[in-house]
Design a protein around this ligand. Structure first.
Ligand SMILES: [Zn+2]
Length: 169
């Protein structure tokens, strides 16, 4: 790593093969990520599936494992995409915002008083208001309980991420 790595990102780094007599003499690639339990960056298995020595080799060490090199572009694209998402999610937690927004809209559309809903749920009107406005994170469980009183329920959709144009060429 030439610059200090970002703890929220994952990187591909060269790693040394296990120091065992039967191991082919190859430099592999592994994912490098922050491990909060140990307070340091750690490496994983090599991309080719072999175990490797812990820790990144110096930046610029040539990777010689053909299988790791074969998987490299695919991993790199995925990691770049994740990095873009992490950046985006700091400013736009889209799904969480949509959840607050839609639950709030459902409450409004049902014509229910927030005081009444809060009472049914056993929480204070203030807490309910905080859940609806997004001052307090709204869990799917709570969203579902509120929506049930409005005759609705949460439906979750997972969709594929559109890769940025320059990366999809
Ligand atoms: Zn390998």
């Amino acid at each position: 790593m030439s610059e200090a790595p970002d703890k929220f990102r994952r990187y591909l780094v060269p790693v040394e093969h296990l120091r065992l007599p039967d191991e082919p003499d190859l430099v592999h690639l592994s994912v490098y990520q922050w491990e909060s339990r140990w307070g340091e960056f750690v490496t994983d298995l090599a991309l080719c599936g072999r175990s490797a020595e812990q820790g990144a080799l110096p930046d610029g060490t040539a990777v010689t494992c053909p299988e790791c090199l074969h998987y490299q572009p695919k991993y790199q694209t995925a990691l770049d995409l994740q990095a873009g998402l992490t950046r985006g999610s700091v400013h736009a937690p889209a799904a969480q915002d949509a959840l607050h927004e839609q639950v709030r809209a459902a409450v409004k559309a049902a014509g229910l008083k927030q005081v009444w809903i809060a009472e049914r749920l056993g929480i204070t009107p203030k807490h309910l208001s905080q859940l609806l406005t997004g001052r307090v994170p709204l869990s799917l469980d709570w969203a579902d309980r509120i929506l049930a009183l409005c005759g609705k329920r949460v439906r979750v959709v997972v969709e594929a991420i559109q890769a940025p144009k320059e990366a999809s060429r």
